[in-house]
Design a protein around this ligand. Structure first.
Ligand code: AMP
Length: 145
């Protein structure tokens, strides 16, 4: 799929924003939604997506909408750090299928890294995590906002 294909309004994150499929939400404001990745690479793997834009990736994102988005990413990353005290945090995103992107609505990954614990699975692989455990992590992170 080309890097600059048209935005598909039926991608799973667009459906989440419309409430058509469930999300384990951490926080929502006027500009962004933060929720748990259901195939987490480590405990607390969080995704943050912008609302009200049809941006497949960072390159498509209207420049004037970047500030509230990245502000939310920092806020969520700080809450993940406060709630789960990882030793490090990966904050990343992928642009285009060739780069590893699998869902084509812009999203930022916040992936806690715990020294001595290998990441549980590679990017976008494996079985979904236990939903109750993800719900507890979401509550913990939300309480640290
Ligand atoms: P990317 O591969 O960078 O496009 O990231 C997409 C991410 O979405 C992956 O880390 C998936 O594990 C995650 N994901 C896929 N489906 C869902 C879902 N229904 N709820 C939460 N996260 C999801």
């Amino acid at each position: 799929m080309p890097l600059h294909a048209p935005y598909d309004p039926d991608n799973i994150f667009a459906k989440m924003l419309r409430g058509e499929i469930p999300a384990i939400k951490i926080h929502e404001d006027d500009h962004t939604l933060a929720f748990m990745d259901i195939f987490p690479q480590s405990d607390g793997h969080t995704l943050i997506i912008p609302k009200h834009v049809e941006a497949r990736n960072l390159l498509d994102m209207p420049t004037e909408t970047l500030a509230p988005f990245i502000t939310s990413v920092q806020r969520i990353a700080r809450a993940v750090e406060k709630a789960l005290t990882p030793d490090g945090l990966i904050v990343t995103q992928f642009n285009g299928e060739a780069a590893g992107q699998t869902v084509f609505h812009l999203h930022m990954h916040v992936i806690p890294v715990y020294t001595g614990q290998p990441r549980r699975r590679g990017h976008g692989t494996g079985e979904p995590a236990d939903m109750d455990a993800l719900g507890k992590l979401a509550t913990q992170i939300a309480a640290a906002l």
